[in-house]
Design a protein around this ligand. Structure first.
Ligand SMILES: Cc1cc2nc3c(=O)[nH]c(=O)nc-3n(C[C@H](O)[C@H](O)[C@H](O)COP(=O)(O)OP(=O)(O)OC[C@H]3O[C@@H](n4cnc5c(N)ncnc54)[C@H](O)[C@@H]3O)c2cc1C
Length: 346
């Protein structure tokens, strides 16, 4: 008898698998590569919502947990994942500079927003009003996390690269059975793929499509992430990741002509140097109506659980949410009402 089956090995499934390992629990994890949100994500972590100058929900504790989580995984799989580089918000006016200073004075934001105006000059960017620096920011190389953590799972015979067929799940009072596997619990972490899941498909996971580029810009000399309407993230060798768009109707993971044009237009608002597109990706973020994760247990089946709804911030959220769900299932620690799926029960 296994302790767990996990369905989905994106950021959510990996965070839960790692939490199980750290607690000495056994599991098998399924993935069929049908969703690619984690694979193509920008990977940025930023404790401040720069559009509204507000703190990301529970940012401080999420950052602390995530910092330790990625450190442990980096050691385990011997790959660098967490790049702690500053995010610079480019100012377009004196008014924007003033708004930054007002925000940096707020108690919840003061530890995340530097009060100095940065006047660095970067080839390829005209920024006469300078930049504001977000502290405690950076990015996680989510594609490397997937590639190397999956290898680690495969080497230990924990990952099953196959579709989980919901019709084959048998539910008993004390355990579940799937083909020849028996487990005490099952955790579903399929990202936007949740819509095929008969147990949870009614939850309001809207999904928001995003597209991004890898560009080559030999005349740009950026060593920080610049964020305005899009982010520009240096990858080395004159390559930059640029994104992302937000679309609410198309739920496919296919890059589009419209997305491409939108990104080109936005890049041209920031860069005044030449660039060409090396790659173009798209994916669906698992976003929820009320912008909070979806955690908890099926209202009828006590051994069927969900870890989803990481939305636009999976990098910061996944490690903390995995611990919350684990403590809820194993240690009877109540879930915050803001993230518990029972908030949608009516
Ligand atoms: C363009 C874009 C940019 C983004 N940028 C950022 C960013 O900068 N910072 C940030 O924090 N977040 C970002 N995100 C969001 C982030 O990617 C997500 O929050 C996170 O990756 C969600 O992880 P997940 O594991 O829930 O879902 P997924 O990554 O979608 O993983 C779900 C997994 O479940 C598998 N699966 C589904 N159904 C089945 C089944 N029946 N059987 C077997 N396997 C199944 C899928 O194959 C998939 O691997 C971005 C997303 C996009 C699309």
């Amino acid at each position: 008898m296994l302790d767990y089956i996990i369905v989905g090995s994106g950021l959510a499934g990996i965070a839960y698998a790692e939490t199980l390992l750290q607690n000495g629990k056994s599991f098998k994890i399924f993935d069929n590569h049908s969703q690619n949100s984690t694979l193509i994500a920008g990977g940025l972590y930023n404790p401040v919502i720069l559009k509204r100058f507000s703190e990301v929900w529970n940012a401080k504790s999420q950052l602390e947990i995530a910092d330790n989580f990625y450190k442990v995984i980096e050691q385990k799989i011997a790959i660098k994942l967490d790049y702690k580089i500053p995010i610079y918000r480019k100012f377009f006016s004196v008014e924007e500079q003033n708004n930054w200073f007002i925000a940096s004075d707020k108690p919840k934001l003061s530890s995340f927003l530097s009060t100095k105006i940065i006047l660095n000059k970067y080839n390829g960017i005209h920024a006469p009003f300078g930049y504001g620096q977000v502290l405690h920011s950076g990015y996680v190389d989510t594609a490397a996390l997937l590639e190397y953590y999956h290898k680690y799972l495969i080497n230990n015979q924990w990952l099953i690269e196959n579709t989980f067929d919901y019709t084959d799940l048998q539910i008993f009072e004390s355990h579940i059975q799937y083909t020849n596997l028996k487990a005490k619990h099952i955790v579903f972490a399929e990202g936007f793929g949740m819509h095929s899941n008969p147990f949870f498909k009614n939850l309001p996971l809207n999904g928001t499509k995003g597209e991004l580029f890898i560009i080559k810009a030999p005349d740009l000399n950026l060593d920080v992430i610049v964020n305005t309407n899009v982010f520009i993230l240096p990858l080395g060798n004159n390559l930059y990741k640029v994104g992302a768009t937000y679309h609410w109707y198309d739920k496919t993971s296919k890059p589009t002509k419209e997305g491409k044009q939108e990104l080109i237009n936005r890049i041209k608002e920031i860069l005044n140097c030449d660039f060409h597109i090396v790659d173009h990706f798209a994916g669906v973020r698992p976003t929820v109506k009320d912008r909070r994760p979806l955690l908890g247990t099926h209202f009828k089946h006590k051994n069927i659980h969900i870890l989803n709804g990481l939305g636009t911030r999976g990098v910061m959220l996944a490690p903390a949410m995995a611990i919350d769900l684990y403590d809820y299932i194993e240690n009877d620690k109540p879930l915050d009402r803001a993230i518990n799926i029972n908030r949608f029960e009516s």
